[in-house]
Every structure is written in C-alpha cells, then in structure tokens.
Design a protein around this ligand. Structure first.
Ligand code: PGA
Length: 245
C-alpha cells in the first residue's frame, strides 16, 4: 500500500480547504489503490470531514496534545480528534521540533496517546544539514526512533516519514540514492530494534517531477507532501504517479 499525505501546515482557510477537496474529488482518484490523507489545520478539520462524505480520502491532524484533557490553553485533545472521526495524526514534524521545542519524549507520549485511542500516527524523523555534513544522519535517526517509539504497542498501525530538514520547503529534494540508503536503514533498524515492519514515506520538496523515481525505491511507500500539496493539480498528479506504481 502506498500513501500520499498532504500536510497543509498553517495554510488554507476553511473555504479554501473545502474548495480544494471538491476539486480533488473531481480528479477521479476514488478508484486508486493508494491511500490519500489530507491534513488541514485544526479549524478546517470538521468542515473537511463533512465535505469528504463517502470519499475514500482520509483525514489527518497535524498535531495533538498528549494529555486527555485539562488546563492546556490552545491545545487540542485526542478525544476532540476522535469526535470528528479524524484517523491520522502527524507527530514529530521538524517544524514542531524546531519552533515548539518538541522533544522525542513528548513525541513518544503523543504517539502512545494516539495509538491507545485507535488513531494512527505518522512519525516524522530527519537530520538537519549540519548533522548530515558531520555524518551524524544515522545516529540522529536512531535516537529519534528510539525516543519516539519507546514502549509502543508493536501491533499498532504506524507510518514513519523520513524528512531531511534541509529538504523541507527548500526545493532541494534528497537524491534517490540518499533516500534509498536511509529507507533501507530505517527498515532494518525497526526490524532489529522493535521487531516491526512499517511503511516508510519520504518528505522534503516532493513534486510531480521527482516523485516517480522515489516511489520505485524498494522501501519507500509514499510521500508526506507540503508545498506541492497546496495545489490541487500538482497534488493529484503526484497521487496518480504513485498509483501507477
Ligand atoms: P515540503 O514539506 O514538501 O514543502 O518540503 C514537506 C513537509 O514538511 O512535510
């Protein structure tokens, strides 16, 4: 199974989100084998869910709080996501790590909250430019995976997105060779350390021009897409290319 996940970040109003979905539904992607997941802002989630109707397209949130409820001004709980039948949650995105100081231990709490409440986490990991330059890529990924996946239920459905920080929003995608090397390593590491095999996605300046060669890699099962997911034609082109594979 392949995945095409749109991470809209802090973009698109409720109206723009619903307009996008209406256009996407016209693209005849309904018959496709891959899973398409839209992750709008919190305020658009309910409206997008209503607009989905019977569509096979799924809904994801961009974050959740680790506690069930309480005095956490500005936060959104897992029950709130469950109430609107949101199925997926992006966790550990590099922007959350960088701007909101989310550490692996918090990501781990959030993953466990998501799994215990029958939603599905999309865990993002990735090294920054200086870590890559210093040949620290694998040690960074190892500690992010160990930290985030500590004590998780091995039977849980989870996706891991490899997103090198230097490739996010820069227009500079990682090369197939780099992605292949890391995806193979993640696959091996998760098997050895956690006895789990999970779909591994790539994220970082994915476009309809570069996604075809990446989806052909043995251990890549789809994409987490930021900038290119904001344009309905570009996003649906990526979904079609992924679906042909
Ligand atoms: P990008 O973002 O596609 O704009 O590089 C990817 C992401 O942050 O998930």
């Amino acid at each position: 199974m392949n995945y095409c996940i749109a991470n809209w970040k802090m973009n698109k109003s409720i109206k723009e989100s619903c307009d996008f979905l209406r256009e996407l539904k016209k693209k005849n992607l309904e018959s496709i084998k891959s899973e398409i997941i839209l992750c709008p802002s919190f305020v658009s989630l309910k409206a997008v869910k209503d607009e989905l109707e019977d569509s096979a397209i799924q809904l994801g949130a961009q974050n959740v709080h680790q506690e069930k409820n309480g005095a956490y001004t500005g936060e959104v709980s897992i029950d709130m996501l469950r109430e609107i039948e949101c199925e997926w949650v992006i966790l550990g995105h590099s922007e959350r790590r960088q701007y909101f100081l989310e550490e692996d231990v918090i990501v781990n709490d959030k993953i466990n909250t998501v799994i215990e409440n029958d939603l599905k986490p999309i865990l993002c990991i990735g090294e920054n430019q200086s870590q890559r330059n210093n040949h620290e890529t694998f040690s960074v990924l190892k500690s992010q995976l160990r930290g985030a996946l500590c004590n998780i239920n091995n039977d849980a459905k989870i996706l891991v997105a490899y997103e090198p920080v230097w490739a996010i929003g820069t227009g500079l995608s990682a090369s197939c060779k780099q992605i292949d090397e890391v995806a193979n390593w993640i696959n091996e590491f998760l098997l050895q350390e956690f006895s789990i095999k999970v779909p591994i996605l790539y994220g970082g300046s994915v476009t309809s021009s570069n996604c075809g060669s990446v989806i052909d890699l043995e251990n890549i099962s789809g994409f987490l897409i930021g900038t290119s997911s904001l344009d309905v034609n570009e996003f649906s082109n990526i979904c079609s290319i992924v679906n042909e594979r």
